[in-house]
Design a protein around this ligand. Sequence first.
Ligand code: FES
Ligand code: FE2
Length: 373
Amino acid sequence: MTQTTNATDARTPPVAVWQVLEKLRGQDLIDWRVAPLEGRPSAAERGMDIGFPFGWYPIEQTGFVAVGEVKPLRYFAKDLAMWRGEDGKVRVTDAWCKHLGAHMGHGGKVSGNLLECPFHAWRYDGEEGVVKDIPYAKAIPPQVKRKCLRTWPVQEANGWIHVWYHPDQTVAPLFDVVVHPEVGNPDWTEYETLEWVVYGSIQNMAENGVDVAHFKYIHGTADVPAAELRWGEWSRGADVRAQMGTPNGIVDGLISYDTMGPGQSWTRFSGISETLLVACLTPVEEDVLRVRYCFTQPKAQAEGPGAGLARALIKDIGKQLDQDKVIWDRMRFEPNPVICDGDGPIPQFRQWYSRYYAKPTGEGDQGGLRAVG
Ligand code: FES
Ligand SMILES: [Fe+2]
């Protein structure tokens, strides 16, 4: 997570990563943000073969799948199938059919609320993970009458479809998705979404906000205002009060950053320009993340005389992520970093974040979570 500070007007060149970005404008920049990155070392070589932290993750915006539609997905290093039943509810399951292994996300159909495999039309229930119907068989084989297909808990909120990830599929969600009242409020704008693919680890991204020293060397900020950190059981956050330079002079700003689990993260900006940033970080592979930043602002401001500042804020946040991406794409996840006295609360963050890692402990075993790192 990056932060905007008073010093964004006072960047101190030369900042090395800016040379990578300097020539990128318009569509070139948009393309660069999601371009493939060839020739990188394996995830294991980069220390990223530690599994994914558990929690709710936003995977697609709600418009991604309409009633009666089936879509293939890949997240958490797994092929998945998503569909929206006639009752309007989204289901997500593992993709491969237990019959002969067809990928049900490609060519599958919705039958009522069930997912019908494209190959021989076996029909799956998305909550129970069982086969309910085989149109050409007299009897359903007992192995698929009981749970045979992984089903993923789903919750729609904030314009996003969230799924619960845990390495042990028997562990039910340990906390709830946080709902943001601004999203869907008619006085607030529709999301403006910026998108990146980051070739790195989600923990490295999360650590960025507490890595106080990098603001100078990557973002060129002259000084970093102190953050008041909040550490909850599954949530954490920070409040940063800063004086912000604007064309109309200095204003008092507040940046309030929050997370719930590793997958839900949002920031409220006030002062210059009221903004809610819903930051969606979703692991695709151990070293690949989809990052979508969704911005909403009060219409009165985004469409009024303050529109220029409102747009500039979004642009600046995008620029900061670009700068971090240059590093994240190539860095390692270093499990035993050497830390110096100017580094800020990185060790505290690491200790706290380790709660999100667990190893699968075996089918039906709800306990025995083991922290790593
Ligand atoms: S492979 Fe799915 S029904 Fe045969
Ligand atoms: Fe950053």
